[in-house]
Design a protein around this ligand. Structure first.
Ligand code: S3P
Length: 429
């Protein structure tokens, strides 16, 4: 088990163009390349454990992957997708297993999807149940809810599905199944979750009609056009450094080439409401709006309430909790019960971590209340959750912190400590 100590930082200015590439878009690019009959080219694919597992599964399904000297991937799909001769291991990634579940349900063959001990505890019924109702044959432990999942792909019925949760993983799994169904399908959700699947598939020529929170999907009539994509910087990974700039007096961070998709930058808007100075400069718009974000420390933060459009900031809530812990007044997070089924139960792990740092925090079923004050140095257990590890490491910039079990960071942001090391002393202990 690796442990890391982070020392208190002095004022700093950081211009960053090597924050991890977007995880959601990288997963999708490897998977969606299989929907074409031409090679896709992907620049800045995220080379972290989660997305490399997805790329490996793409190869197990018959794709050839080449990387040039600049790191650009060419993914050449097979003529017909191959029934793999081994299990498909999604590692720690909920996105990979749930999207592949929808993708494979409509394909001829037998597929077994599994993952690490954390993923094998996470609920799969949210995708397996609606897929079963349109004819997919999916089984798993605990009455079909837990991986390993066994899928016998077959032709699927068209459907109209109203999801009770705003989840891009559920929506994407169903859109991918709908592409293989025998007629037009629709998927709706209570509010619009991240929409990379819709943007990328439309760019590839799929017929998707989007009306607010509802997506209409026509089945594919033949192979789609290939992807030609530059993956932007991941706003969820970059947010650790946005929080760093918002809490360390005299700090400033500029994050280059980040997606400015509104379904992904909700946490930056909350940090602004708390009083941080944030500038957005859009530079291009291909598949996604993309540009630079600068966060400058501005005379302390104030408490905030967060209860709407939770899916737009769900992954950033642990880092936001660090900002809330040093803000003036009480902050509250509600309607965030989805946090309980992430890489760890993030309501419990955020609350436990903050309590160790001496912060007053009250847990409730769907969130927490945090009374801002002083963060104290502590030893934090990541519980194998990358975002818990990185959030408390950033808290360490104010008071020093020791984080235990940090290997999980490699699932999404392998060079995190290298970048943090540019603004303070970071030691592997
Ligand atoms: C993701 C969707 C979100 C998010 C996850 C990535 C995606 O999960 O938390 O990190 O790429 O579709 P849910 O769809 O379960 O909300």
């Amino acid at each position: 088990m690796r442990s890391v100590t982070v020392e208190q930082a002095r004022p700093f200015s950081l211009l960053c163009d090597d924050i991890a590439s977007d995880k959601s878009i990288s997963h999708r690019s490897a998977m969606f390349a299989l929907l074409s009959d031409q090679p896709s080219t992907i620049k800045n694919f995220l080379k972290a454990e989660d997305t490399l597992n997805t790329l490996h599964i793409t190869k197990q399904l018959g794709a050839r992957v080449k990387e040039d000297e600049r790191g650009v991937l060419t993914i050449t799909p097979p003529k017909t997708l191959q029934e793999p001769d081994d299990i498909l291991d999604c590692g720690n990634s909920g996105t990979a297993i749930r999207l592949f579940c929808g993708f494979l349900s409509g394909l001829e063959g037998h597929f077994v999807l599994t993952g690490d001990k954390y993923l094998r505890r996470r609920p799969m019924k949210r995708v397996a149940d609606p897929l079963r109702s349109i004819g997919a044959q999916i089984d798993g432990r605990n009455n079909g809810d837990l991986a390993p999942l066994s899928i016998r792909g077959k032709s699927l019925q068209p459907f109209n599905y109203e999801s009770k949760i705003a989840s891009a993983q559920v929506k994407s799994a169903l859109i991918l199944a709908a592409l293989k169904a025998k007629g037009r399908s629709t998927v709706s959700e209570p509010h619009k979750s991240r929409d990379h699947t819709e943007r990328m598939l439309r760019g590839m020529g799929a017929k998707l009609e989007i009306e607010g929170n509802k997506v209409g999907v026509e089945p594919m009539q033949g192979p789609l056009k290939p992807l030609e994509l530059t993956v932007p910087t991941d706003p969820s990974s970059a947010f650790f450094f946005a929080v760093a700039a918002a809490i360390v007096p005299g700090a400033k961070v500029t994050i280059k080439d980040i997606t400015l998709n509104k379904t992904r930058i909700g946490a930056y808007k909350v940090l602004e409401r708390m009083g941080a100075d944030i500038q957005y400069i859009q530079k291009e718009d291909i598949y996604e709006p993309m540009g630079d974000i600068t966060v400058t420390y501005s005379d302390g933060l104030k408490g905030v309430e967060v209860s709407e459009n939770i899916s737009w900031l769900i992954d950033e809530l642990p880092a936001l909790a660090i900002a809330m812990a040093v803000a003036q007044g009480t902050s509250s997070v509600r309607n965030a019960e989805e946090l309980r089924v992430k890489e760890s139960d993030r309501i419990a792990t955020v609350v436990a971590g903050l309590q160790r740092c001496g912060v007053e925090v009250a847990e409730c079923e769907d969130g927490y209340d945090i009374t801002g004050g002083e963060l104290k140095s502590a030893v934090i257990d990541s519980h194998g959750d990358h975002r818990i590890a990185m959030s408390f490491a950033v808290g360490g910039l104010l008071c020093g912190m020791r984080i235990e079990d940090t290997e999980c960071i490699d699932t999404s942001f392998p060079n995190f400590f290298e970048i943090l090391g540019r603004v303070t002393a970071v030691k592997e202990a």
